[in-house]
Design a protein around this ligand. Structure first.
Ligand SMILES: Cc1ncc(COP(=O)(O)O)c(C=O)c1O
Length: 342
């Protein structure tokens, strides 16, 4: 099987397992796990922030960050297709009493003036806007990248309004590699970031919240409250550290393979290669006779797994565990099915 459903399907490499096996550990709820502490300091340093906190998942890292910014009854602004809005199962409302208002953006194409105009000041009787969340790279936006200039403009808007700016940076590594932007440059633009070790980087689990020392101390309390306090979790932190030190630069290979796939399928009218920036390739099936579950089902019968995202959009994701021969197999199978369906 060539599994292109997500970059979360990777399995730890032999060297990563080695690093995990020999990791020094302690009880992290007591702050005693040296490998976790080192990972947190390392990731904070990458983004030029004071501190970071290891969390079990990207969703929990995002939700902790949102709680840091938005008190119950306050408002978060985010894109309608953002992960925090679409795929976290209403957590901001259900767990934190956060009201969410969305802009109708498509992926990384942000209209900063529109977002600025949406901000509502603190003061009775309207819901006060407390934070803005952006996603880098953008998952439903097909791995698209918010340009640095847009993020700088958004930072000015947030500063002027006195609201927090959070980055769901699950795949911020991909943006940094694709655009040649230092992680610290992104770090300087956000009050908090959540970053994932298990999307493309190849670690089995783990995300971090990055921010000021004060915010991360508070984040530690929120994490415990959510049941995310972990014990001898240095075993997982060691995998994450290995991934950060060895698997960031190679993301360029995943991006090149994604582009190769997009270029091969472009003549079938399902993808515009000029929009493919990183490792996610959305296939627009609206002009074919297949919907995405049907295409995914037929491809699976020929050994290629892809993800139905929306009825007319299927997603193909390149990652650490897909090499050139896997990619060529996917091109042959998807190309054949789509040619029959067009
Ligand atoms: C952009 C983005 N943010 C957050 C998450 C959540 O990560 P997790 O599945 O670890 O909760 C994902 C997961 O794919 C994602 O794509």
């Amino acid at each position: 099987m060539v599994d292109l459903r997500s970059d979360t399907v990777t399995r730890p490499t032999a060297q990563m397992r080695q690093a995990m096996a020999y990791a020094e550990v302690g009880d992290d709820v007591f702050g005693d796990d040296p490998t976790v502490n080192a990972l947190e300091a390392y990731v904070a340093g990458l983004f030029g922030h004071e501190a970071a906190l290891f969390a079990p998942s990207g969703s929990m890292a995002n939700q902790i960050a949102l709680q840091l910014h938005v008190p119950a009854g306050g408002e978060l602004l985010a894109g309608a297709d953002a992960h925090v809005v679409t795929y976290e199962l209403g957590a901001a409302a259900a767990l934190s009493g956060i009201s969410t208002r969305t802009w109708g953006s498509v992926g990384a194409d942000l209209d900063v003036d529109q977002i600025a105009a949406m901000i509502r000041p603190v003061g009775y009787p309207s819901v006060p806007t407390r934070a803005i969340a952006v996603e880098q790279t953008h998952n439903l936006g097909g791995g698209s990248i918010v340009p640095l200039s847009t993020l700088r403009a958004l930072r000015s808007v947030a500063d002027e309004a006195g609201v927090g700016l959070h980055c769901d940076g699950a795949r911020i590594w991909h943006a940094a590699v694709a655009d040649g932007v230092a992680l610290s440059e992104y770090g300087a633009l956000f009050d908090t970031l959540s970053v994932c070790l298990s999307k493309g980087l190849g670690a089995p689990v783990g995300s971090l919240i990055v921010g000021s020392r004060e915010r991360i101390a508070q984040a530690r309390v929120i994490r415990k409250r959510l049941g995310g306090g972990m014990r001898q979790v240095g075993i997982l932190a060691a995998a994450g550290r290995y991934a950060l030190e060895n698997h960031i630069d190679r993301l360029a290979e995943d991006h090149a393979r994604a582009l190769r796939l997009a270029e091969a399928l472009a003549p079938l009218g399902v993808v515009d290669p000029s929009r493919i920036r990183t490792n996610l390739v959305p296939l627009d099936l609206s002009k074919t006779s297949l919907d995405s579950p049907a295409l995914a089902g037929l491809a699976a019968q020929q050994g290629v797994l892809i993800a139905p995202m929306l009825p007319s959009i299927a997603r193909v994701v390149t990652h650490l565990d897909v090499d050139d021969s896997g990619l060529e197999q996917a091109i042959t199978v998807l190309g054949g099915l789509l040619a029959d369906a067009s």
